[in-house]
Design a protein around this ligand. Structure first.
Ligand code: ZN
Length: 52
């Protein structure tokens, strides 16, 4: 697992969660330009939680 600083997507159609693991497919699918640093006050992504 690779824990990094939290990020989330700024796209309204994406799941309202944040990611903190570089092995997360959902998190990796967020285009770099659509990533926002921090949790955004959202819950942790289920896939990241499993990885972590
Ligand atoms: Zn995730």
């Amino acid at each position: 697992m690779s824990k990094v600083s939290a990020w989330h997507s700024k796209l309204p159609n994406d799941p309202r969660v944040y990611h903190n693991d570089t092995d997360c497919n959902t998190g990796n699918n967020i285009e770099t330009e659509n990533r926002v640093e921090g949790t955004g006050g959202r819950p942790l992504c289920a896939e990241c939680a499993k990885l972590g």
